[in-house]
Design a protein around this ligand. Sequence first.
Ligand SMILES: Cc1cc2nc3c(=O)[nH]c(=O)nc-3n(C[C@H](O)[C@H](O)[C@H](O)COP(=O)(O)OP(=O)(O)OC[C@H]3O[C@@H](n4cnc5c(N)ncnc54)[C@H](O)[C@@H]3O)c2cc1C
Length: 435
Amino acid sequence: MTVGVVGAGISGLTLVRSLEERGADVAAFEARDEPGGVMRSRRVDGRVLELGPQRLRLTPGIESLVDDLELRDQLRIGDDDQPLYVYHDGSLEVVPLSVREAITTDLLSPRGKLRILKEPFTDPQRPGETVDEFLVRKFGRQAARRYFGPLYSGLYGTDPRDMLMEYSLGRALDGAGIDGSILTWVARKVVSGRDAPPICSFDDGLGKLSERLYEEHADSIALETPVERIEETGEGYEIVTPDGTERVDDVVLTTPAPTSAALLESVDDGLATTLREFNYNPIGMVFVESDLERDGIGALVPSGSDVGISGSTWNASFLDRDRLFTCYVDPASDPEMPDRSDEELGAVAAAEFERLTGASATPIHVHRWDPGMPAYDRSWTAMDDLQPPEGIHFCANYVGRPGIPGRIRNAKRLAGKLAEDEGDRSRSAAVAESN
Ligand SMILES: Cc1cc2nc3c(=O)[nH]c(=O)nc-3n(C[C@H](O)[C@H](O)[C@H](O)COP(=O)(O)OP(=O)(O)OC[C@H]3O[C@@H](n4cnc5c(N)ncnc54)[C@H](O)[C@@H]3O)c2cc1C
C-alpha cells in the first residue's frame, strides 16, 4: 500500500509516523519550507512566540509521544491552577471553573448561580438548536452568555447564535462521552478525583514537537513541494506537484477545506463544491510585552461586546514566558481587522489589552492566519454531503476535533483503518488467487 499525504501539520506528521509503524509506504508533501502547519513557534528578540496553538494538554497519548521523541527534558509544564477571566460590564471577572469559584464569583447574580443547578432536569439537545439556545435552556441566560458561550466559541471567533449544536458543541460533548447532564458529568469527575491532564509546551515552543516528528520521518516528507492537483487513474490516484507525479493507492488530505476543494476539482467537482461551503474565520495573533503582574491563564471577551480583541492568553503567567501575552483579533471583535496593517492591528490589540488589564502593553509581533480556525457555524451542515470517493480521505480539523490531542488521535485512527483495509484487500486477493 502506498499512501499519499497532503500537508505536514500535526495531522500529516502523525499520519506519516503511524502509517510507517504499520509498514505502509508513505509519500507526504508539504507546501511550506518547514513542517508543523499552524503549530509553529518563532523566536523574536529572544522570546518564544507561539504563532498558532499556545499550549496543549499532556494527555497519556501526548506524553508517550514526547517520550518516544526524547523531548521530556524540554517539556515545560504550565501552571493551570490559575484563574481564567472573562470581560463583563467593564471589567475582568474570574470564570468559575471550580465549585468554590462558582459560589464566590461576582460574574453571576445569586439567582443566576441557582439557575445553573436546574441543568440536570433540562432536556438533552434538541434538533436544530443553536449553541446559544442550548446553553441558555440548560444553564440560564446569565451563565450561558457571560461564560459558557465565550468559553466554547472563543477560539473559533463565531457567535454561539450562529453555531448549530449538531455540528459543533454537540459533537464535542459526544466525543467526551457526555450524553446526559453536563453538571452530573462534571460532579462525577470531581468526586472520582480525575483531573484534566496538565497543560504544557516545550522550552522552544510547540513547534519543537513538529520539528522532531519531521526529523524522524524526513525521508518520506517533501518540504517546499505544494500539491497542485490530484487525479484519478482507475487503479488509484496521482498526486501532482511541481517536482513530478506520485502514484498512490490512497490519498489523505490534511489541508483546510478550501485548499482540499481546489486539489480535488478533477477527481469529483461535486465534492469540491461541498468543500468550498465550509467557512473559516481569519485570526490575527498580536504578541505584546507587558508588566502585568496578575496570575491568570488568559481572558475571554464575549462576542457582541465593545472590545476590539476576542481574548488573550497570558503566556507570561502560566508558562513563565518573560512578560509575553498573546491577543486575538478577528472580524467579529474588530470588523476592520482584515484591512488593517500589522502596525495598526498591533496598536489596537495593545490598547485593548491595556483597557482590560490596566497594565501598559507594547506590540512586538503580529501574525495572521487566513484561513484561521474552522468557524463551525451554519455552513457546517455541508458535512452531511461530504462523501469522498473510495481512496480519498480527510484528516483535518474541519471534519474532526480541532485540538492537538484530538488531531493526533484522528490521524492514528485513520492510519489503523487504512492498514486494516489493506490487510482485508490482501487476504481477499490471496483467496481469489488460490481459487
Ligand atoms: C490560532 C490557533 C490557535 C490554536 N490554539 C490551540 C491550542 O491552544 N491548543 C490546541 O490543542 N489546539 C489549538 N488550535 C488548533 C490546532 O492547532 C489545529 O487544529 C491543528 O494544529 C491543525 O493541524 P493540521 O495538521 O490538521 O492542519 P494544519 O496545521 O493546517 O496543516 C496543514 C498543512 O498543509 C499544508 N498545505 C497547505 N496547502 C498545501 C498544498 N497544496 N500542498 C501541500 N501542503 C499544503 C500547510 O502548509 C500545512 O502545513 C489552534 C489553532 C489555531 C489556528
